[in-house]
Write a protein that binds this ligand. Structure first.
Ligand code: OGA
Ligand code: MN
Length: 285
């Protein structure tokens, strides 16, 4: 094996690594992608400061890391390759800001779509907001691992119903009344085990804003449990806040972490380019 100059540096004890390469082209190899993929599962989030990828390079790295997927059907006037989604509140580009407003709340990507949850999401910061717009990540592996044994036992066999309607509930008031019913009544419900036993044997929680209710529990009891687990996962030891600089590139393990953006304004100019990688396993108990 050739000697790799890629280096990983822990950001916090339980989550996050900064990735350093001497020359950026060293990233575009099978070997580097394999190292990143393994590190991603271990650390949840990889931060590549000021990498300044263009779309072609981001897609090239995405393809090296896994199978590229298109996650969000577009309602926007997209200026990019169809596999690069523009995350923005700019009304000239994004005419349906609901889904981007939904990113202000901890969630997993693609958990209500009919496919294994995407393994990773990749974001390049093109323009940052002067205020807000940081992204926070919360490890659902760490959240599970550190639960008291008694609580692990109590939730072991629970199943949770996830829906788009649930992820949009916190922002429903911001949707014009004429559209609200249509947008929030997307009725597809996906049931997932609350505790995901990955093929690796590690376990994580499947939670976030899409988690609506717990099968077999009174609705409010289930929501209270989900709310407590979301708060638990977001505690400082298990979470990380990334303050973006233009050109930063961040990847996270969407199967083992929640993420959310800190609120930013419609006219902030913030623009992120997103790509996604297919998951290789369905949520399993
Ligand atoms: C997303 C997302 C967070 C951010 O694009 O899926 O949640 O900080 N983005 O823009
Ligand atoms: Mn997201």
């Amino acid at each position: 094996m050739s000697r790799m100059s890629i280096r990983f540096e822990d950001i916090k004890p339980l989550i996050g690594s900064t990735v350093h390469v001497d020359r950026r082209d060293e990233l575009f190899t099978e070997e580097a992608a394999k190292a990143c993929r393994a590190k991603l599962e271990e650390r949840g989030v990889l931060v590549f400061p000021q990498l300044n990828l263009d779309d072609e390079e981001q897609l090239r790295f995405t393809d090296l890391l896994g199978e590229r997927i298109k996650l969000t059907r577009d309602s926007s006037t997209q200026e990019t390759d169809e596999d690069v989604y523009q995350v923005t509140l700019d009304a000239k580009i994004n005419r349906q800001p609901e889904y981007v407003l939904g990113t202000f709340f901890y969630h997993m990507d693609g958990i209500t779509v009919d496919m294994p949850p995407p393994f990773a999401t990749l974001l390049s910061a093109r323009r940052v907001s002067a205020t807000g717009g940081e992204t926070e990540f919360a490890s659902t592996y760490r959240a599970y691992e550190h639960l008291p044994e008694e609580e692990k036992r109590a939730i072991a066999d629970l199943k949770v119903r996830h829906s788009v309607a649930s992820s949009l509930r916190p922002i429903a008031d911001a949707i014009p009344e004429a559209d609200r019913e249509r947008v929030t009544s997307i009725g597809v419900i996906h049931e997932h085990p609350l505790v995901w036993t990955h093929k690796s044997g590690r376990k994580s929680l499947v939670i976030g804003s899409s988690a609506d209710s717990v099968v077999g529990l009174p609705i409010i009891h289930g929501r209270a449990l989900i709310a407590r687990l979301n708060e638990w996962a977001g505690q400082p030891d298990f979470s990380l806040r990334h303050k973006w600089q233009a050109g930063d590139f961040v990847i996270w393990d969407n199967t083992g972490a929640l993420h959310r953006a800190l609120p930013y304004d419609f006219d902030s100019g913030r623009m992120m380019h997103r790509t996604s990688i297919a998951g290789t396993e369905s949520v399993a108990a």
